[in-house]
Design a protein around this ligand. Structure first.
Ligand SMILES: Nc1nc2c(ncn2[C@@H]2O[C@H](COP(=O)(O)OP(=O)(O)OP(=O)(O)O)[C@@H](O)[C@H]2O)c(=O)[nH]1
Ligand SMILES: [Mg+2]
Length: 428
């Protein structure tokens, strides 16, 4: 393995100097909001922030993004603050990054790399680890000549200091080989998961995926719904792997609910690609539960971002139940704002469980719409049929009549031979 991947000479980055940008194309205040969000992301990496600066940018420059006078001034300020890393909210080209490192003598990274680092910190399962490694390799490929290989606090030493083209070529080849290898391994993991899902689908249990901006409370909601113990923490991207739980709703209606990774503005493109596999659950779900944090001042952007990512995943026309979470912590103005944003949305609190029953009702309605019911007539002597339907299917309504037990319900396709004799043909 090439030098730059070795964990030699670990050096911990501790103090970050943040630079945000407001361009003419951005809405008023957008640069500031993004910078605030970057602050939160950087704090998640346990770095101390020495200063945040928002720069008005009229015309980006190819060499340093900012004008050279402004760049020199900020580099000086970062050094005077005792910072050891400059973090840009705006994406830097490999050349801009290198130039900033030369100008400041500090490590220089951008939002994408911060997100990569958080993802890398949080990845737990084989698939998540592979996906993050792949995204990181793809990010670093054009950046091999910089001083810092990535933010995993290792000094890259491989190709710095004019060791020549050969070393750089070797490094590039190593990274490309790693990428090829990771893709192959990932494909086999994804295939394995597909097999598992097919097994599940033999019994037609409806599926829902919980989606939404990071920190909205998706994992907490799944916990509240199922009693599952999915990691829920006040950290961005606490969840990186899909977790599926079976829920039993009223009337013994089963529903598989999958928790997913949180969405975020400006998700590094490499990560969107890499995480498509994880978010496959979203694409195949019968419907989505879009969770929003009603207390977050940026809830409108979060709403828009999630819809945009869904569109990118090809899941734009899925049925969505929009829910505003954290009503326990909301004031009247927040609730009003939310109602304007999404008038049809439900309000709930995963913490207090208020509103969970309404969500359940809505889910049951959707399932009934999507799956439809079959009418069955079962003789009273065949209560075993009713019991079996109860265990493996779903009974919506049941009524004892003179002819027998009339049922509106649903059974797994795999058992249609068993139930067929009792099905009442639909009236013409
Ligand atoms: N006040 C309040 N806080 C909540 C509620 N639901 C979740 N939270 C808090 O919000 C934070 C984030 O919750 P998570 O469930 O981890 O959020 P998530 O959407 O799964 O986040 P990622 O997995 O990072 O995308 C945690 O500190 C929760 O305790 C709620 O109903 N009320
Ligand atoms: Mg989560």
């Amino acid at each position: 393995m090439a030098d730059f991947l070795d964990s030699t000479r670990p050096a911990t980055l501790e103090r970050a100097f943040l630079i945000g940008v407001q361009t003419n194309e951005m809405a008023d205040g957008e640069g500031g909001e993004l910078l605030l969000e970057l602050t939160e992301l950087v704090e998640n990496l346990r770095l101390t922030i020495t200063r945040t600066t928002l720069v008005n940018l009229r015309q980006p420059t190819p060499s340093l993004l900012l004008g050279s006078g402004k760049a020199a001034e900020l580099a000086e300020q970062a050094k005077a603050d005792g910072a050891d890393v400059i973090v840009f909210d705006e994406a830097l080209s490999p050349a801009q990054q290198r130039n900033w490192e030369e100008l400041s003598g500090l490590a220089v990274i951008d939002r994408q790399e911060v997100i990569l680092e958080i993802f890398s910190d949080r990845a737990r399962t084989r698939e998540a680890v592979l996906q993050v490694a792949l995204a990181r390799m793809e990010y670093s490929l054009p950046r091999l000549t910089r001083a810092w290989t990535h933010l995993s606090r290792q000094r890259g030493k491989g190709s710095m200091g004019g060791e020549g083209e050969t070393q750089l070529e070797n490094d590039r080849r190593t990274v490309r080989d790693r990428i090829t290898h990771l893709k192959a391994e990932l494909a086999s993991v994804v295939k394995q998961r597909g097999v598992q899902r097919q097994k599940r689908q033999r019994v037609p249990i409806p599926t829902a995926a919980i989606v939404g901006y990071t920190n909205a409370g998706k994992s907490t909601l799944l916990n509240a719904l199922t009693g599952a113990h999915v990691l829920a923490a006040d950290k961005l991207f606490a969840t990186l792997d899909p977790t599926t739980r079976q829920l039993v709703l009223r009337g013994n209606q089963k529903l598989l609910v999958t928790d997913t990774v949180g969405f975020i503005r400006r998700l590094p493109h490499g990560l969107v690609e890499a995480f498509k596999a994880t978010l496959e659950e979203v694409v195949v779900a019968d419907f989505l539960i879009h969770v929003l944090d009603v207390t977050n001042p940026n809830v409108a952007q979060h709403h828009a971002t999630t819809l945009a990512v869904l569109a990118e995943l090809g899941a734009a026309d899925k049925t969505i139940i929009t829910v505003f979470n954290k009503t326990d912590a909301a004031d009247a103005a927040m609730l009003r704002r939310a109602r304007q944003l999404a008038p049809e949305a439900l309000f709930l609190s995963a913490h207090t469980r208020a509103g969970l029953d309404t969500l359940e009702t809505r889910a049951l309605e959707l399932i009934a719409d999507a799956f439809g019911f079959t009418e069955l007539l079962v003789p009273p002597s065949r209560y075993d049929v009713v019991a079996r339907l109860h265990a493996s299917g779903h009974i919506h309504e049941q009524e004892l009549t003179d002819d027998g037990i009339r049922i509106q319900g649903r059974f797994p396709a795999a058992q249609s031979a068993f139930f067929a004799p009792f099905v009442v043909p639909p009236a013409k």
